[in-house]
Design a protein around this ligand. Structure first.
Ligand code: SAM
Length: 329
């Protein structure tokens, strides 16, 4: 793989680039569109516009995860700090706008903060703001796709580590991939570190369906933006007027599925290749798996963590898990 690894100062922060080349986008989209059930990985939602739209989703009244997780973090920051100790390297996976991590900083007093995200401009902007607002904090942003082998090339530090993975982004993985990723995080924080991870809980289908179908249509715009991005960056000709957002809770499998539905028979050209769509045929753009507290704790233990602490809100909408151990001999 061709990897650009550059470290440069952007304002006050260091930025390392472990981004794979643009070719990955074209290859992964083509591979997904050639499947019988067309699919595009959700990581491609996050161009600059997609990242902005995700922030707007978090503000909608229906999207309870952000405000619920933030309230749990605010309430439990002191306990997290007691568990992991001060002076750690705080590594945030899929850091987005780096807002939630702020709720930990006063209690945790980390020595350094390393936000990781695939959405480069958004990452650099958020990291600059962190550095401005917390002048005592060493900030080193890394643009990386954590699904790629380059994730293993993160800059090293001798400090004990806390990996923070909020937003229930772990729900985008198939459960077996979530297990494998938790194992990778265990390796990342070893020896002696911990993982703090936000996980959305199974609940009434009505609450879930409303959260992914907000009345103001922001989630629909977020989903459709993927096609606009493919048109712009891969020279495709998706007609956005003939695709519709569809999201529903698949209760049997325990996941929200997000699709883009073709509203007519049509052909679309992407990177010189033609793809045909039946009326009603979909591109599957995201899964968001929901867990029970017990299911996620079992996953954490299967990943090799022997200390698992869980906090939830009173309504049992969302969970925050602290995964640690075993301590080195
Ligand atoms: C669901 S949003 C969560 C954002 C933020 N952490 C929060 O809790 O609100 C997912 C974040 O992970 C990033 N992301 C998604 N897939 C990624 C990947 N494969 N590698 C790195 N970052 C990724 C996105 O750019 C986005 O910022």
């Amino acid at each position: 793989m061709n990897v650009l690894t550059a470290t440069k100062a952007s304002g006050r922060v260091r930025v390392s680039d472990l981004q794979p080349e643009q070719a990955n986008f074209a290859e992964e989209v083509a591979a997904g569109l050639r499947q019988p059930q067309k699919t595009i990985p959700p990581k491609f939602f996050y161009d600059a516009r997609g990242s902005q739209l995700f922030e707007a989703i978090c503000e909608t009244p229906e999207y309870y995860p952000t405000r619920t997780e933030s309230a749990i973090l605010q309430q439990r920051a002191g306990e997290v700090s007691e568990l992991v100790g001060a002076g750690v390297q705080l590594i945030e996976i899929g850091s987005g706008n780096s807002q939630k991590v702020r709720l930990l900083l006063d209690a945790l007093k980390p020595a350094s903060y390393m936000p990781l995200d695939i959405s480069r401009d958004h990452l650099v902007h958020a990291a600059d703001a962190m550095s401005r607002d917390y002048p005592w904090l060493d900030v080193h942003a890394v643009c990386v796709d954590y699904m790629q082998p380059t994730f293993a090339l993160l800059p090293r530090s001798a400090l004990r580590k806390l990996a923070f993975f909020p937003g229930s982004t772990i729900g985008n993985f198939e459960p077996h991939e979530a297990l494998a990723f938790l194992r990778r995080l265990r390796g990342l924080v070893a020896p002696g570190g911990a993982v703090l991870i936000g996980v959305d809980l199974k609940k009434d289908a009505g609450i879930l369906n409303r959260a992914y179908n907000d009345a103001s249509g922001v989630t629909a715009r977020f989903n459709l933006n993927l096609l606009a991005r493919i048109n712009r960056e891969l020279g495709a000709d998706f007609d956005l007027a003939h695709f519709e957002h569809d999201a529903f809770y698949n209760e049997g499998i325990g996941r929200i599925e997000m699709h883009l539905v073709s509203t007519r028979v049509q052909n679309v050209c992407v990177g010189g290749e033609r793809y045909s769509f039946e009326r009603g045929e979909t591109i599957h753009t995201e899964n968001s798996y929901k867990y029970s507290v017990a299911q996620f704790q079992v996953l954490g233990e299967a990943a090799g963590f022997n200390e698992v602490r869980t906090w939830t809100d009173v309504n049992q909408l969302f969970s925050l898990h602290y995964l640690a151990g075993p301590e080195p001999e």
